[in-house]
Design a protein around this ligand. Structure first.
Ligand code: TYM
Length: 342
């Protein structure tokens, strides 16, 4: 079976963008593919963070995966730092990654500009190499992510190709390796809708965990009244009726798309249903649909998070399975790069 990996950072709370852009799509993929989903705690320390919050946020994120429908009889769920091979491979990959490739990363440029030079650790720059390691360790075929991770996926592909070129093929054979490429070159899976959910307060910027105002996002664990209040206060416009794809109406397009994905309707159905609606009526419809969709997830989350023995068991089993796969790749690359075998 083809293999899929993906992950979310345990920083702030998981929001509708993470859900519609990534997690919700994982649920369907786990039926067809071999899937590994991790919580990328090592990525979460690349900007200043609260040490007291990290382990709680990591557990919460795992519980949210399960509450959203990740089924541990099909998928492996684990914590990135529990599989040491991620950091180890990253060092090897970083020797084959030109700094120029990293300097071009949009997320690095944006995050470092915001943080200011004194706060930018080296890890913020090398962050995409760790991400490449997360993916290449498992010889992944596909990586389901939102639009904002596309550039990191392209970099991952370039690193894989470069390592295959530098150390794979005939050279590797001479060192006793079994032929072929060291790494499979993975492909991103970016959903046709939901890949870029926008902020509730500005239809031109993406919904993000780090935006200062909580009003800009719907968190998966927001209580009903908070959801209702955020939708009530979200930005709209003063055009008549509602429509998709009008570039002058980014908020309208975003809210209709969210409604479409959450309700499970087609774009055509939503277009017909909402064409002649005013904002008041639509906001009620959207609020109800969000609450109906998120409420069962929240109930399951509460059950899972309160059963810590169960959650620990899931994460231990996931880490053991992941370690088995990762160690094979790691041994191969050490061999291919000419290290003395243990
Ligand atoms: P992170 O934690 O920022 O986001 C997790 C996932 O959510 C998607 N996403 C969105 N999708 C649609 N609309 C939005 N507004 C939105 N905001 C976020 C992201 O595209 C992502 O799929 N570097 C990654 C985590 C990572 C990873 C990996 C992912 C580390 N290693 C290996 C895949 C494979 C990140 O920071 O995602």
């Amino acid at each position: 079976r083809k293999r899929i990996v993906s992950g979310v950072q345990p920083t702030g709370s998981i929001h509708l963008g993470n859900y519609l852009g990534a997690i919700k799509n994982w649920i369907e993929l786990q039926n067809t593919y071999e899937t590994l989903f991790f919580i990328v705690d090592l990525h979460a320390i690349t900007l200043p963070y609260e040490t007291q919050q990290l382990s709680k946020a990591t557990r919460d994120t795992a519980a949210i995966y399960l509450a959203c429908g990740i089924d541990t009889s099909k998928a492996s769920v684990f914590v990135q730092s529990h599989v040491r091979a991620h950091v180890e491979l990253m060092w090897l990959l970083s020797s084959a990654t030109p700094i120029g490739w990293l300097n071009k990363m949009i997320q690095f440029k944006e995050k470092s500009r915001k943080a200011g030079d004194e706060n930018v650790g080296v890890a913020l720059l090398t962050y995409p190499v760790l991400m490449a390691s997360d993916i290449l360790l498992y010889q992944s075929d596909f990586v389901p992510v939102g639009e904002d991770q596309k550039q990191h996926l392209e970099l991952t592909r370039e690193i894989a190709e470069r390592v295959n070129y530098l150390y794979g093929g005939r050279k590797w054979k001479k060192l006793g390796g079994r032929g072929g490429a060291i790494f499979k070159v993975p492909e991103p899976l970016i959903p046709p809708a939901g890949a870029r959910v926008m902020s509730l307060t500005d239809g031109l910027s993406k919904m993000s965990k780090s935006a200062p105002s909580d009003q800009s996002r719907i968190n998966l664990l927001d209580p009903k009244d908070v959801i209702a209040n955020k939708i009530k206060r979200c930005k709209t416009d003063s055009f008549a009726g509602l429509e998709f794809d009008n570039p002058e109406r980014p908020e309208c397009n975003n809210l209709l798309s969210v409604y479409q994905l959450i309700s499970g309707k087609t774009k055509q159905e939503v277009t017909e249903e909402c064409r002649d609606m005013n904002w008041g009526a639509f906001k009620t419809l959207l609020t109800d649909a969000l609450i109906e969709h998120l409420h069962p997830i929240q109930v399951r989350y509460e059950e899972i998070i309160s059963d810590s023995a169960y959650l620990d068991g899931v994460l231990a089993k996931g880490a053991a399975k992941a370690t088995d796969i990762a160690d094979v790749t790691l041994n191969n690359i050490y061999q291919a790069m000419g290290f003395l075998q243990r």
